[in-house]
Design a protein around this ligand. Structure first.
Ligand SMILES: Cc1ncc(COP(=O)(O)O)c(C=O)c1O
Length: 464
């Protein structure tokens, strides 16, 4: 008999770097420190009010029932209506979605985990665009799958490589391509051409195409996010593609409802039925009261589209505050301007391992008892060495607090350099590249874009 032990699957799982920082930040807060928590994508914006009214009313009825494992009909219908309305309002052609195409999950996290469990056997690979949301590794680890990445670079506006270059990363074990647009962490919105390129690649290798669109409404510039549901190919190709598309979404960011844990998988009915069985055999179902609340939230934004206009205004103000403060306090930093989501990636070109500086700032440094938590970027990459001199800020506090945080970061950087000097160490890494004029030119620049708009795409129902 072998002694009690954990499964290899569980042994491999680690808390994400984002959560590690959060634990330290929470401890410091409990000790009386003010910590600006720019390390986690948890908006401070209050949640959509109609949600609270809806769950209160439902709660007073005194019934908390099991829901259907595929999700409550009212939410599946409301979500399908919202999605069609989202594209129609922008005059964009798209694959029409019906409630049969919608599965309700415990947040996008569970939507992704269930999808991976449904399409991956042990050892199978998912190929994602790098930089990526680090928990993808763990979600896939649960299915004993392996994450591989296609690198993209800030210096190139995180542009997707050509099909030929991307093909190099596909192996016989690749089950799906995975991309996030708008991206966490880079803020990149993939152009119609780039999304179409991914669609062609998926078709060529007959694999699934998973589009994580949780930041669809979070557009920071003047370019809408182009959805996989808008791709237009030849009819025969389109027919095949429809059976390969899996969209992931969530109420967490759109409505500041991270704690409600409501997410979605959108796909063909037969794919939805298959993935819904993972719901049935894991969580059984998603909370019925919260599903009712979120259904009311989607109904609300269909009638009041200005809700998202306001939300965008909030995040745009925060981005402007961040860019202004970076320009003022960290003028040498390399900062690609994000198109969407609510994060900013900052490169400190001199630094060799930014984690040390981030921990120093959080634990050993403060200005008037105030300090800042950020996320070191190495975990957003699989490519060795990438992200070591980079961090991610989440724009989840007010513009004033963002400015103050960036000021503290600059002060902490001076103190960190002095601290290293005292120890006889040098901040400038032996092998670090010097700031080139090119890099300087990139500071606070708009991302290059090859978007040519999205007119002319044909409408076809995803359900038949
Ligand atoms: C790109 C991306 N996908 C998925 C998720 C998970 O979202 P949820 O809270 O709905 O599980 C997040 C959360 O930050 C995210 O940034």
């Amino acid at each position: 008999m072998s002694p009690a032990h954990f499964a290899r699957r569980a042994e491999k799982l680690q808390p994400s770097s984002i959560r590690k920082m959060m634990i330290i930040a929470k401890r410091l807060i409990s000790e009386g420190r003010t910590v600006f928590e720019l390390n986690i994508g948890q908006p401070d914006v209050p949640c959509i009010p109609v949600f609270l009214d809806a769950i209160a009313a439902r709660g007073r009825e005194g019934r908390l029932n099991y829901a259907p494992f595929i999700g409550e009909n009212c939410l599946r219908q409301a979500y399908a209506r919202y999605l069609n309305d989202h594209f129609d309002r922008r005059g964009a052609q798209h694959l029409v979605v019906d409630s049969e195409n919608v599965l309700v999950t415990c947040g996008a996290s569970h939507a992704l985990t269930s999808t991976f469990l449904s399409i991956c056997d042990p050892g199978d690979e998912i190929l994602c665009v790098e930089p990526f949301f680090p928990p993808y590794t763990g979600f896939l680890g649960i299915a004993d799958g392996v994450l591989r990445s296609i690198p993209t670079y800030a210096e190139q506006g995180f542009a997707l490589p050509t099909i030929e270059e991307m093909e190099r990363y596909i192996t016989p074990k690749t089950r799906a391509l995975l991309f996030t647009s708008p991206s966490n962490p880079s803020g990149k919105i993939l152009s119609p051409q780039e999304v179409t390129r991914l669609a062609r690649l998926a078709l060529k290798f007959d694999i699934f195409l998973i589009a994580d669109e949780v930041y669809r409404e979070m557009v920071l510039g003047d370019r809408e996010a182009f959805s996989i549901l808008q791709v237009d190919l030849e009819p025969a190709e389109m027919e095949r593609l429809k059976h390969r598309i899996i969209v992931i979404d969530s109420a967490s960011k759109a409505f500041s409802l991270c704690g409600a844990r409501i997410g979605f998988v959108i796909s063909r009915p037969e794919i939805i039925q298959k993935i819904s069985l993972v719901n049935a055999h894991t969580v059984a179902c998603v909370s019925d009261i919260l599903q009712h609340g979120v259904a009311v939230a989607y109904e609300h934004v269909i009638k009041n589209p200005s809700f998202f206009t306001e939300l965008r205004r909030t995040y745009r103000e925060r981005l402007e505050a961040a860019m202004e403060a970076i320009h003022k306090y960290l003028p040498w930093a390399i900062v690609p301007r994000p198109d969407g989501a609510f994060y900013v990636m900052i490169q400190f070109p001199e630094i060799e391992d930014i984690t040390e500086y981030c921990l120093f700032m959080l634990e050993k440094f403060n200005v008037d008892n105030e300090t800042v938590a950020v996320t070191p970027a190495a975990s957003f990459y699989l490519s060795p060495g990438r992200g070591r001199n980079e961090m991610r800020l989440a724009l989840v506090v007010s513009p004033e607090k963002i400015k103050r945080s960036i000021f503290i970061m600059a002060e902490a950087y001076k103190a960190y350099k002095a601290y290293l000097k005292e120890q006889g160490k040098d901040i400038v890494a032996q092998n670090s590249r010097r700031l080139s004029n090119n890099d300087r030119g990139y500071i606070n620049q708009e991302n290059p874009s090859d978007c040519t708009g999205c007119a002319g795409y044909s409408v076809e129902a995803i359900v038949e």
